[in-house]
Ligand binder design. Structure first.
Ligand code: ATP
Length: 872
């Protein structure tokens, strides 16, 4: 692409608005760092739209001069050029941004302007109370807003009431692990008025900001779209009033806006997940898991209210992940008129088979089919009156918002923040404003207006009682999950197939244990029960099969398995090649008509072998499917395997603790060693999630020159830290990244080279990475994939496949009946063994192509290494 010279350095501002959500800080950090990396100046706007409307009490002359002492020597100033970013340089004339500078004095956080937020309405509104009507507001605004006091002196270091603040690379240090939003958020009624937006526009121009990233819910993003749509008329008015001059009018003709969806409800259309939803789900599952044990002890029922006004995502996912008995969500109200009886029937049946606890999850916006709200207290009353259950209501409330972000809510906002900056810099007057989303596993860019409109359409459809339409807007995952929930929580005989179509389905775990294996098994067992098939648990892998360690799994037996880590069936690395003839005989002996294998690379290898051996053994002519489960995520073809999310979360927790310790001693580099076989997935994604400065993977290996560069980088980096304010830094190393440069060796090298600048230590996470309790995502993913796996087996199986009939001709099973269920981008596919093999490196036991291959570079950009090394 030809180098296009921009007339001035771009200035990117970021704000967070509406209800806070975990991961907003990660989004801000990514926008700031990627912005700086691409040669822009970065700004934060505090307190959401409110801060933009208010602007600063003083003229925005660069505060940078205040900290000139920390400016690095010219030698290590990175030039963020096209070579590095792949984008044309935008600031050929501009001063480069040094990458270790604080512009923002943290003392500046507390003493905001004394005036209450939300003019005329007091600070009350910060909690999201009603925002009053627009006319009233306009009147209040006209009277209350002072003119921007441009000439006011900058009084000393601490400026009161600076809402728009330039930030440097190090201002956003350590933000990945912080919950909520550090730059503040609010509800801003004045932004709903044209007067408010006019002031916002004026402030943007005063600061020279032409790119704005907004992280918030649908309301905040509607506001963003409004601002962009009105922009031409706003600047015309400002020009007319002589608030901006001709030059400014020309220079700020276009405003580029991008939306990032921060919302715990996951209520935005056109994106699978919003920033913060996964963390909220973590909090809910933790709560429900704890409640479950007390419920069981006292044989109680609990009604748990979770957030979600127009979206039942949290309630549904929590229902699937915790194995709840019943859920209520807005987009799919109970079908019948008498939902009370329906619910009681289900819970009663569960009690009759021996369950000691009952869990009902109610979304905040749950309704019946006549739009009457369904509330926790009423549900409780019904359970007490009709079933005589000792019932309690727990409203989880704000605990759902809080806390340290889950791994996913660090990775997603980082990837999205980077994409947001890209969208801003690529925007032209013709392009619409975009919202950054995610579809299955790809970061997407969709027209903001369309996403907001579609979100509104869901609410409208619900209001119009058109529930199928509301469901129609939900993605396929949502629909699969709903089906999985109903199947796993139902004891009804409605879907049972005639006797001659019933199957005996073997379920086996192969390889190392991984989070979600048990949840998958539970779903498969429940599926069998709902259809009248017989689920057979094969204990201790293929060894167990040889010893006839096979027995039927009852509905109740698997009840608590969603939350259990490890492998309840028992698992090991034995492959069927240990004795193929005996394996085939055992399958025949137990009359197994179909086989579900849950596990990692060994499970894949097993299916491969079994399929090959079909030519020799008729009993192997049964459908078999591999459901990938391994923390390494090294199974070819699939984007994710069960267990990898649990493992990432275990890594994040461990690294947060390690980083704290490393920071306490001010200048310590920790080399953290991870498992993962020959795949660097856990290391790379983990490094992105914890903000490691370096990552070593088996894919890339380690060389002497690379190690030398890294030492130089660390020296430069520690050299830039303010005296006495250095922090701990993390290096993540995959255990198999080099057989020569061991963790121990690297630690010693760093110690030796760091001298009195930095020190080093190491920690090996080992088996802790298998994680205790599986993460909610692994549990829900397990349920969905197990459901689809069972449907696959059912489709291809023949009942009584192993029975011997003298006249029966052996029907050879087609190759596509031995498959792997894989998540591929936006699709779930059933891949044949041939297809999987085409993507497999058998020697290195991993796929030949992975979706995350570009992420390693991103770790280096976000850690600042890419810039420094590019200079050398
Ligand atoms: P949450 O998911 O927590 O509800 P949200 O972004 O939807 O987040 P809202 O309170 O709806 O939260 O909106 C936040 C702010 O966005 C409002 O206080 C207001 O300043 C601005 N905003 C919302 N809707 C509009 C609109 N239609 N026009 C202009 N600004 C708006």
């Amino acid at each position: 692409a030809p180098h296009k010279k921009h007339p001035r350095q771009r200035k990117i501002a970021v704000l967070t608005s509406g209800g806070d959500s975990a991961g907003m800080n990660a989004a801000v950090r990514a926008v700031v760092r990627e912005g700086i990396a691409r040669g822009c100046q970065a700004y934060i706007i505090r307190e959401g739209w409110e801060g933009l409307v208010r602007g600063n009490a003083v003229d925005p002359t660069p505060a940078a001069s205040r900290r000139a002492s920390t400016a690095p020597s010219p030698a290590i100033r990175p030039t963020w050029n096209s070579q590095l970013t792949g984008l044309p340089d935008l600031n050929l004339d501009a001063v480069e941004e040094p990458h270790a500078v604080n512009y923002w004095d943290p003392n500046d956080i507390a003493p905001l302007s004394d005036a209450p937020l939300s003019f005329g309405y007091g600070g009350l509104l910060r909690d999201g109370a009603g925002e009053g009507d627009a006319d009233e507001l306009a009147a209040a605004l006209a009277g209350h807003i002072p003119a921007v006091p441009e000439e006011e002196e900058e009084g000393g270091r601490t400026l009161k009431g600076r809402y728009i603040v330039r930030v440097g690379w190090d201002d956003v240090r350590g933000w990945l692990g912080e919950g909520g939003t550090l730059i503040g958020s609010s509800r801003c009624p004045s932004f709903r008025t044209r007067e408010g937006r006019l002031r916002a526009a004026r402030n943007l121009i005063t600061f020279g900001i032409d790119c704005l990233a907004v992280c918030g819910g649908d309301g905040s993003l509607t506001g963003a779209d409004m601002l962009r749509a009105e922009w031409p008329s706003l600047i015309a008015e400002l020009h007319g009033n002589n608030h901006i001059d001709d030059e400014q009018l020309e220079a700020y003709r276009y405003l580029n806006i991008v939306g990032l969806v921060g919302s715990i409800d996951n209520d935005m259309s056109m994106t699978d997940l919003t920033i913060g939803a996964v963390t909220a789900l973590h909090r809910i599952c933790e709560a429900v898991d704890s409640i479950s044990s007390t419920a069981s002890s006292h044989s109680r029922a609990f009604v748990i209210e979770v957030m979600g006004r127009h979206c039942g995502w949290l309630a549904l996912m929590a229902g699937v992940a915790t194995g709840a008995d019943y859920i209520f969500i807005p987009e799919r109200p109970p079908a019948g008129d008498d939902w009370e009886s329906e619910m009681c029937d289900v819970l009663k049946q569960h009690r009759l088979v021996g369950k000691r606890k009952s869990i009902v999850i109610v979304a905040e916006g749950a309704i019946d089919k006549n739009l009457q709200p369904i509330k926790g207290d009423y549900v409780k009353q019904v359970l007490v009156d009709r079933l005589g259950l000792d019932t309690r209501v727990t409203t989880l409330g704000h605990t759902q918002r809080g806390g340290s972000p889950a791994a996913y809510d660090r990775i997603l906002p980082t990837l999205q923040g980077v994409k947001a900056v890209e969208a801003l810099l690529e925007a032209t007057p013709e392009t619409p404003s975009y919202m950054i989303g995610i579809a299955e596993n790809r970061i997407t860019k969709v027209p903001l207006l369309e996403a907001v409109a579609q979100t509104q359409a869901v609410a409208d459809a619900i209001a119009a009682k058109d529930f199928p339409k509301a469901m129609g807007y939900r993605d396929s995952e949502f629909k699969d999950m709903l089906a999985a929930f109903h199947i796993s929580s139902s004891l009804s005989s409605a879907d049972i197939v005639p006797e001659d179509q019933r199957l005996r389905v073997g379920i086996i775990h192969v390889g190392a244990p991984a989070g979600g294996m048990n949840a998958a098994t539970r779903q498969a067992v429940r599926y069998c029960h709902s259809r009248g098939h017989v689920p057979l648990g094969i204990y201790n892998g293929f060894d167990g099969l040889l010893e006839d360690n096979v027995s039927e799994l009852s509905w109740l037996r698997v009840d608590n398995w969603t939350t259990r880590g490890g492998s309840e069936l028992g698992t090991n690395r034995t492959l069927p090649s240990i004795d193929m003839g005996q394996i085939a005989a055992a399958l025949q002996r137990h009359s197994i008509d179909a086989l579900l294998l849950v596990g990692g690379f060994e499970a894949f290898n097993s299916v491969l072998m079994l399929e090959k051996a079909r030519k020799d053994y008729p009993s192997l002519h049964i459908p078999m499917i591999h459901l990938p489960a391994t923390l390494s995520n090294n199974v070819p073809l699939t984007d994710f395997s069960l267990g990898s999310d649990t493992s990432l979360n275990a890594l994040v927790q461990a690294c947060d603790a390690i980083k704290q310790s490393a920071s306490a001693s001010r200048n310590r580099v920790f080399i953290v060693e991870t498992q993962g076989g020959m795949s660097g997935y856990i290391a790379v994604l983990g490094a992105l999630a914890v903000g490691a400065v370096l990552v070593y993977t088996p894919e890339e290996g380690i060389s002497l020159s690379r190690l030398q560069e890294d030492v130089e980088f660390l020296k430069e980096r520690y050299g830039l830290d303010e005296k006495g304010k250095s922090e701990g830094r993390l290096v993540i190393k995959s255990e198999k990244s080099s057989s020569v440069y061991s963790t121990d060796l690297i630690t010693k090298v760093l110690k030796e080279e760091g001298k009195d600048i930095f020190d080093s230590r190491s920690a090996a996470l080992g088996h802790t990475l298998q994680g205790g309790t599986p993460s909610p995502q692994d549990r829900t993913r397990a349920a969905r994939l197990a459901l689809l796996s069972m449907q696959f087996l059912e489709k291809h199986a023949t009942p009584n496949a192993q029975a011997y009939h003298p006249r029966k001709k052996q029907m050879p099973a087609r190759t596509e009946t031995a498959a792997m269920i894989a998540i591929r981008g936006s699709k779930i596919v059933y891949a044949t063994m041939d297809e999987v093999m085409r993507h497999t490196d058998m020697k290195l036991r991993r796929g030949t192509d992975v979706w995350w291959s570009g992420v390693k570079h991103l770790v280096e950009v976000m850690g600042g290494r890419a810039g420094v090394i590019a200079q050398m």
